[in-house]
Design a protein around this ligand. Structure first.
Ligand code: SF4
Ligand code: SF4
Length: 57
């Protein structure tokens, strides 16, 4: 499993700088997480101003 970024994302880019495995990149409408790289550390959720990254189900 991996974290996923919801549509709440405002593309500020803060999370991408915090991800220890560089799993986050800018997508067309919002930032996206590569599920193959994400370790579910939660750092992106901690720094996001709008709580867009959420644990996957
Ligand atoms: Fe990166 Fe951790 Fe967020 Fe996964 S949970 S995208 S590893 S910062
Ligand atoms: Fe989107 Fe939150 Fe990441 Fe900013 S920190 S790019 S709002 S997910």
């Amino acid at each position: 499993m991996s974290y996923v970024i919801t549509d709440e994302c405002i593309s500020c880019g803060v999370c991408a700088d915090e991800c220890p495995v560089e799993a986050i990149s800018e997508g067309d409408d919002k930032y996206e997480i590569d599920p193959e790289l994400c370790t579910e550390c939660g750092s992106c959720a901690d720094v996001c101003p709008v709580e867009a990254p959420q644990p996957g189900e």
